[in-house]
Design a binder for this molecule. Sequence first.
Ligand code: SAM
Length: 245
Amino acid sequence: MADDHLLPEMIDLWQQTLSWQPTTSQQSQFQQLYELILAGNRQLNLTRIAAPVEFWEKHLWDSLRGVAMLLQEASKTKQQAIDIGTGAGFPGIPVAITLDNWTVTLLDSTRKKMAFLQTLIAQIGILNTTTITDRAEALGQQSQHRQNYDIALVRAVGPASVCAEYALPLLKIGGLAVLYRGHWTSHEAETLPNAVEQLGGVVESTEAFTTPISYSTRHCLYLRKVADTPDVFPRPVGVPAHQPL
Ligand code: SAM
């Protein structure tokens, strides 16, 4: 692989920002991930983020920043996680590489992307992931998936209340949904708690931060499931996005 496709290691930056740093084997898996995504981009429109430093910041760092608070204690316990609308595998694949005690289910409704991801995870040798091609609304009504996960990750899939309707039915009581957001408006902050409450959750915390290289604005919302989600949620395919709570 040419030098211009070599990911930076950023050991100090990982340590300063997340109090964590990748092992040599994780770094090598990140590099393989980057190369396979670049190659996949020639056939599939996977990501417009192609330069190594940008890939490091916007895909690797951003994916792990959402679970920063779990990198220490939860890394030691087995957790069932699901990445809803994973696309090219973010945040789910960096999380699976980093937290190898977790099992990470990668969910997306686009068959081509999931076929690509299946090959990619086999090539990198990531053993703790499974892939599902389906809609989050359908999965949330299936007994083997409903109330089955400890952690749900959702990045760039739609408005926050839509992401909440996808995520909360899939969580066990006590489980955590992490919504990765860019900007976060006061209107969203006012309306989200009511939607989350209808789904059996509470907005536990909101973190605002900037990314460490380009200083882009980001927010992470942490929703805790505290009660059963009523059977009507998630509503049928397409309804959450067209009529957000
Ligand atoms: N999470 C990735 C990221 O941040 O790079 C991909 C984001 S991409 C903008 C949104 C993805 O969500 C698409 O791949 C799309 O197919 C998927 N998606 C949207 N709605 C979905 C749903 N209801 N169920 C499953 N996947 C969905």
